[in-house]
Design a binder for this molecule. Structure first.
Ligand code: DGJ
Length: 732
C-alpha cells in the first residue's frame, strides 16, 4: 500500500513509484514536509522540518510556540488572513463581510483506487489495486467550511494527483473567491520554471527562466486554456536537462481559465500553486453544497524532462484518455480545409476521397463550410443543417459516397459558437454569452453560446446527435475559434455572474460526456483554432487534438517538441499541407513535411487530386511506412534527442515498451556549409541487445547506438530529414 499513516507522529507518507510526498500535522496544521525521491517507510521521518523563531513580522498562531508561524510553515492548503502573507490556496468572503477562516485537521481516510471528480475530467484507475487515495479533511469550526484534500498515489506511475473539494457545513452561504487545486511549498528556491507559451499558430514554445524572489506566473483569462499559455508548469533544478536532474511537473486537468505560479518568499522557499484562475471568478457555496476544484497531476522525475514527459505520456495515454479509440491505432486522414476552404461541392469532395483511396488513406474529414449558407466564416454557426447548394443529395449521401470510395467519413463542427447571421441567433439572441445593454464583441464574426445553460446544451445535444445517428460519421473534429468576451449569462442571477466562465466549462464537459457516451464508435478530435485548448481536460473526452493551425514543417518541429513536454504523441494531430505553406509562405520538401507529420497522428490537408505522379509515389510510400510504424509512434516511449529550440537540428525517437523496436527521426532545418559532423546518440534501447536497421540491414549494439551514437551524414540541403527504423535482431 503506497500510503502510510503514523498516528503517533501525525505523519502521512505517500509513496509513488519513485517519489515520496510527506505531510505532517503540526499543531493541527497540515504541513508539507517533503516531496522528492522515494524515502523508505519505517525509517525515521520525524524532524524533517526546521522551525526557528523569526521576527515579530512573522506572527505566531500559538502563543507558547514562537517557532510556529504560518508565514514560514509549508502548508498543504494555506489560508488568507491568519498570518501567512504568501499567496493563499483559497479565499472566501463571508456574509458579514469578513474573509477569515482557518483550516485545521479534522479527519482523514485512505481508500483503495481513485474516486472520480463530480462533473470534471480526471485521471482514473481501471482496478482499485492500481492506486490508493488519501482524503484529508481540514475544517474551520467557526464557519463550517471544510476542505477535503484528495491525493492519489499510483503503483505504476511516478505521479500523484491532487484535487480539493470545498464543503459548506455551515448555515450561511460562503462566497468562494479563489479555489486552487494544489499548493506545494519547497524548502528552497534553487529552481527554474519551465512552461509552454505562444500564440495562435505558434503554440507551446518552451520557456525557461530562473526563479527569483517574487512571482513567476502564467495563466489564462480568455475563457479557455488558450494558445498563449498551457495549464502546465514545471520546477526544475538549474542543472536539470532533458536527460537528468530533478523535475517537478504540475499539469492541470482543466480547459478554462487557470493560473500557475511559483512564489519565492523572504526566506528563499518556493510556493508552487496551480488551479482555477481567481481573476473574475467567484462561487456562491450555499449550506450543504460542495465545490469540486479540478485535478492537478504532479510528476516527479529524477531523469530530467524526458523522464517527466514519459510519465505524463503513459499516464495520459492510458489513464486519462478513454473510450474505444484509446488503445487503437489512429487512421490516416485527409482533411479538405486547406484544399478547398469553403469552396467545394460533393463531387470535389468525392474526387479527393477517391484520390485518397489510391494513396492508401483511411479517413476523409469534411471541414468547415458544409452547413447553413456558409461560404465564408461570417455566417451559419448554430444551424447544423447541410447546405444543399453544395451537397444537393445531402450529407448522408456524401458520407456514403466517401465510404464507397473506401474511406471512413469524418465531419467538422463548431458547436460552442453562433453566428449573428444564423437562424439560431435570430430565434434565440439571448443564448450567447452577453451583458444586457453592452456590445456583443465578435471574433471571426461569431459569438459564444452560453453553455452554462441547460437548454442550450440540450439543443446542441439534439442537433449533433441527430446527425451522428443518421449519417455514417466515424470521426468528429470539434472546433472552437474565439475566446470569451462580455461574460454573462441571461439566466444567472447577479451574484452568480462570476460563476459563468467556470459553469461554461462544466457545461461543455457535461455535453461532451453525453455525446461521447452515446456515440462511442466516433473518434473525436478536439480543436481550437489548432491548439488553443490542447489540455488534459479535453483529452478526457477526445483522445486527440489538432495540434496547431500552423502546418509548416519547420514551425511544427518546435510546436510538436514543446507539446510533447506533457502530451503523448497519440494525442497530436499532424498533417502534411501544400507549399508554399499557407501560414508562413515557406516551401519545404514533401519528404520533410511527411517526416514531421509522421511523428504524430498522421494525415494530409491539401488537394490530393493535384499531386504529380512523382508526389503520388512519395505519398504512397509515406502512407505505407506510417501504417507499419504508427503503433511505435503512437504507443511507444518518446525520447527527445535534439531540441529545435537550441539549434538547427531536431531529433526524437520512439521505442516500443519491450525495447525490441525503435524509430529515430532526424531533421535539419537549414543546410550549413562545411558543417561540423553530426552524430546522434539514441536513448531508451537495451545496451545488451543488437538492433538491425530495417532499411539497409546494418546491425548495431544498443550500447553503441546509445553511447557512441550514429553519424548522421544522410541528409542534404535545406529542410532535410530522415528516419531510421531499428529492430532487435532476435525478433526481426
Ligand atoms: C480552425 C481549425 O483549426 C482549422 O483546422 C479549420 O477547421 C478551421 N477552423 C475551419 O474554420
Amino acid at each position: 500500500m503506497p500510503i502510510f499513516y503514523n498516528e503517533e507522529q501525525g505523519i502521512f507518507h505517500l509513496q509513488s513509484q519513485n517519489s515520496s510526498y510527506i505531510i505532517q500535522l503540526i499543531h493541527g496544521y497540515a504541513a508539507q514536509v517533503y516531496y522528492g525521491p522515494k524515502l523508505r517507510e519505517g525509517a525515521n521521518l520525524t524532524g524533517m522540518l526546521t522551525r526557528v523563531e523569526r521576527s515579530s513580522f512573522c506572527p505566531n498562531p500559538v502563543r507558547e510556540d514562537k517557532t510556529l508561524s504560518l508565514d514560514t510553515l509549508p502548508q498543504e492548503y494555506p489560508q488568507y488572513g491568519t498570518s501567512d502573507f504568501r499567496s493563499p490556496a483559497y479565499q472566501v468572503k463571508l456574509r458579514d463581510g469578513s474573509r477569515i477562516t482557518e483550516l485545521k485537521y479534522h479527519s482523514h481516510s485512505i481508500v483503495p483506487g481513485k474516486p472520480g471528480l463530480e462533473g470534471l475530467p480526471a485521471v482514473y484507475t481501471e482496478q482499485d489495486q492500481e492506486a490508493d487515495t488519501l482524503l484529508l479533511v481540514l475544517a474551520d469550526p467557526v464557519t463550517g467550511l471544510a476542505a477535503e484534500l484528495s491525493y492519489t498515489v499510483f503503483n505504476d506511475f511516478n505521479a500523484i494527483t491532487r484535487s480539493v473539494k470545498l464543503r459548506n457545513d455551515g448555515q450561511e452561504t460562503v462566497e468562494l473567491e479563489r479555489v486552487l487545486s494544489a499548493s506545494v511549498d519547497f524548502p528552497d528556491a534553487d529552481f527554474d520554471a519551465l512552461y509552454l507559451s505562444g500564440a495562435w499558430a505558434r503554440e507551446r514554445h518552451i520557456q525557461r527562466r530562473r526563479l527569483a524572489p517574487g512571482m513567476t506566473g502564467i495563466g489564462s483569462r480568455r475563457g479557455s486554456s488558450s494558445h498563449q499559455h498551457n495549464p502546465f508548469m514545471a520546477l526544475l533544478r538549474p542543472e536539470a536537462n532533458e536527460r537528468q536532474g530533478e523535475v517537478y511537473g504540475f499539469s492541470l486537468v482543466y480547459s478554462g481559465n487557470f493560473t500557475a505560479e511559483a512564489e519565492v518568499d523572504q526566506f528563499g522557499t518556493t510556493r508552487m500553486q496551480i488551479g482555477l484562475q481567481p481573476f473574475d471568478f467567484a462561487w456562491n457555496l450555499g449550506p450543504s453544497e460542495v465545490f469540486q476544484a479540478p485535478e492537478v497531476v504532479m510528476v516527479y522525475s529524477s531523469e530530467g524532462l524526458g523522464g517527466m514527459s514519459r510519465t505524463y505520456h503513459r499516464l495520459y495515454r492510458t489513464r486519462l484518455c478513454r473510450g474505444t479509440h484509446r488503445d487503437r491505432e489512429r487512421p490516416i486522414l485527409v482533411n479538405n480545409w486547406e484544399a478547398t476552404y469553403f469552396n467545394f461541392n460533393a463531387d470535389k469532395i468525392e474526387s479527393i476521397a477517391l484520390a485518397g483511396r489510391e494513396l492508401g488513406i483511411e479517413l476523409f474529414v469534411l471541414d468547415d463550410g458544409w452547413f447553413g449558407h456558409r461560404d465564408s466564416d461570417n455566417s451559419s454557426l448554430g444551424d447544423w443543417v447541410e447546405d444543399r447548394r453544395k451537397l444537393p443529395r445531402g450529407l448522408k449521401d456524401l458520407a456514403e459516397r466517401v465510404e464507397k470510395a473506401g474511406l471512413q467519413f469524418g465531419l467538422w463542427f463548431e458547436p460552442e459558437m453562433v453566428s449573428p447571421d444564423s437562424d439560431l441567433y435570430r430565434s434565440h439572441p439571448d443564448w450567447c454569452l452577453h451583458v444586457p445593454g453592452r456590445r456583443r464583441t465578435e471574433g471571426r464574426e461569431q459569438l459564444v453560446l452560453d453553455l452554462s445553460r441547460e437548454d442550450v446544451r440540450n439543443y446542441l445535444y439534439d442537433q449533433l446527435s441527430n446527425i451522428y445517428a443518421s449519417v455514417p460519421v466515424s470521426y468528429v473534429k470539434w472546433d472552437m475559434n474565439r475566446n470569451m468576451t462580455e461574460i454573462g449569462s441571461a439566466l444567472a442571477p447577479g451574484q452568480r455572474q462570476k460563476e459563468v466562465a467556470h459553469r461554461y466549462i462544466l457545461g461543455l464537459y457535461e455535453l461532451l460526456e453525453r455525446l461521447t457516451a452515446s456515440f462511442p464508435h466516433i473518434l473525436f478530435e478536439s480543436c481550437s483554432g489548432g491548439g488553443g485548448r490542447f489540455d488534459p481536460g479535453m483529452l478526457y473526452y477526445m483522445p486527440q487534438t489538432w495540434t496547431s493551425d500552423d502546418t509548416d514543417g519547420a514551425e511544427r518541429l518546435k510546436i510538436q517538441y514543446g507539446t510533447s513536454l506533457v502530451y503523448p504523441v497519440s494525442t497530436m494531430g499532424a498533417h502534411v499541407s501544400a507549399v508554399p505553406n499557407h501560414q508562413v509562405g515557406r516551401t519545404t520538401p514533401l519528404s520533410f513535411r511527411g517526416d514531421v507529420a509522421m511523428s504524430g497522428n498522421f494525415g494530409y490537408e491539401l488537394d490530393l487530386t493535384k499531386f504529380t505522379e512523382e508526389e503520388c509515389e512519395i505519398v504512397k510510400s509515406q502512407v505505407e511506412a506510417y501504417k507499419e510504424l504508427r503503433g511505435l509512434v503512437q504507443q511507444g516511449e518518446m525520447y527527445r534527442l535534439l531540441s529545435p529550440f537550441e539549434g538547427n537540428v531536431t531529433a526524437w525517437m520512439f521505442v516500443s515498451p519491450d525495447r525490441s523496436e525503435a524509430l529515430l527521426f532526424y531533421f535539419r532545418v537549414l543546410a550549413e556549409p562545411n558543417a561540423p559532423l553530426s552524430r546522434v546518440k539514441l536513448q531508451g534501447l537495451d545496451p545488451h541487445r543488437n538492433y538491425q536497421r530495417v532499411q539497409g540491414g546494418e546491425v548495431y549494439g544498443g550500447d553503441r547506438l546509445m553511447y557512441a551514437g550514429l553519424p548522421m551524414h544522410e541528409v542534404h540541403g535545406d529542410f532535410s530529414s530522415t528516419w531510421i527504423h531499428l529492430k532487435d535482431t532476435a525478433k526481426s
